[in-house]
Write a protein that binds this ligand. Structure first.
Ligand SMILES: CC(C)(COP(=O)(O)OP(=O)(O)OC[C@H]1O[C@@H](n2cnc3c(N)ncnc32)[C@H](O)[C@@H]1OP(=O)(O)O)[C@@H](O)C(=O)NCCC(=O)NCCS
Length: 144
């Protein structure tokens, strides 16, 4: 069933703006410890091997921050950056997959579907995340 045919309720919205330079320098320095704290092995394996890798890393990091904002949690609440994995589908659209504490919070808040959007220039990356639930549809079914 297509997403637009499912009756969903918006539970959380997050946005983030990230400086590309910070991530470009991490990659240039080969700071694998810092990169490993923020990105999963799958994410790092999907990096383009060209000058735009800093933009992609910044965009993905922004998407992780946006998901945490939509969840209403921060790192102090036991959520790791790697609990939110961003991948791209065959046409290049970003997708978020949650694990660990982030997944637990999403379940508590009944968020089942994530919409992620990323944009970047040479200087900045912006990302938004929307967490959706089908709980509204269940309520409607119960009421009807
Ligand atoms: C989507 C698209 C228009 C964005 O181009 P842009 O404005 O030059 O670039 P932005 O910096 O604003 O956005 C780039 C990000 O958009 C996202 N993106 C790419 N393709 C996407 C798609 N099909 N749907 C949604 N998001 C997409 C990615 O996160 C990408 O970042 P990445 O390259 O680091 O993975 C361009 O990638 C494109 O033409 N894609 C193919 C056509 C397509 O599928 N269009 C459907 C969505 S309008």
């Amino acid at each position: 069933m297509a997403l637009e045919e499912i009756d969903m309720e918006v539970i959380g919205l997050g946005i983030d703006l990230v400086e590309v330079d910070h991530f470009a320098r991490l990659k240039e320095r080969g700071d694998t410890a810092a990169l490993g704290r923020m990105f999963t092995e799958t994410e790092l394996a999907m990096l383009p091997s060209n000058a735009r890798e800093g933009e992609r890393l910044a965009g993905w990091f922004g998407a992780k921050e946006a998901v945490l904002k939509a969840l209403g949690v921060g790192q102090s609440q036991g959520v790791a950056w790697t609990d939110v994995e961003i991948t791209t589908n065959p046409v290049g659209a970003p997708k978020a997959t949650l694990s660990g504490r982030a997944l637990e919070v999403a379940k508590e808040r009944q968020i089942e579907v994530w919409l992620i959007s990323i944009s970047h220039t040479a200087a900045y990356a912006a990302a938004t995340a929307i967490g959706l639930s089908t709980r509204g549809a269940e309520k409607q079914q119960q009421a009807g």
